[in-house]
Write a protein of this length. Sequence first.
Length: 215
Amino acid sequence: MALEQGRRDVGLPEDSPADSSEAHTEGKMKRMKVMIGKRRMMVLLTLTVLVLAAAALVASSASFTATSANPGNMFTAGTLTMSNSKPNTAFVTAALMVPGQNTSGSVTVTNTGDVSGDFSLTVAKSTVVGQTELKGFGGELRLTITDGAGFTWTGTVDEAVAASPMTLGSVGGGVAKTYTVTALFPNAGAGAENGFMGGRVTADLTWNAVNTPAP
């Protein structure tokens, strides 16, 4: 009995090395959990700070904006062209004129473009062989040019050449103007025109247009 009691008394103490080791391990685990928790907290705090910083940056760079568009602004150029009812041919002529005689002819000039044009007339004496002036008849033969609507010019052929180009006024796109030219061999009295017997002059008429300046 005494031996058995002695054997029972020889058991491991309550605070055996095994228990101490388990307690130590448990403490380490607790400390690791605490550290991991702290790290997680630090990561969360860091992310929170970054998100707040990004939001603050976006807020600080924001501004009011607005747009208003006007697309399709197109620009086109107009045209200025002319037509002549008797192109490249004479429309007023007379042969064997005597003092006091006159002759007339008309031509229609049209602005066939789509913008207004300032019309003018240029008169020149022909230099074509067989048509050149004889006996200074250009200084005697008188021309009257009219459009029947306010424009009238009168003078000798020589004066018409000097006055060229004659301003005829503005003509709108698609508008036609008819011009009448009258040639008169003056009669200053018996024998006054004898010096022009056999005289000749040929007038070349050229109609011009320049676009009317924009307002």
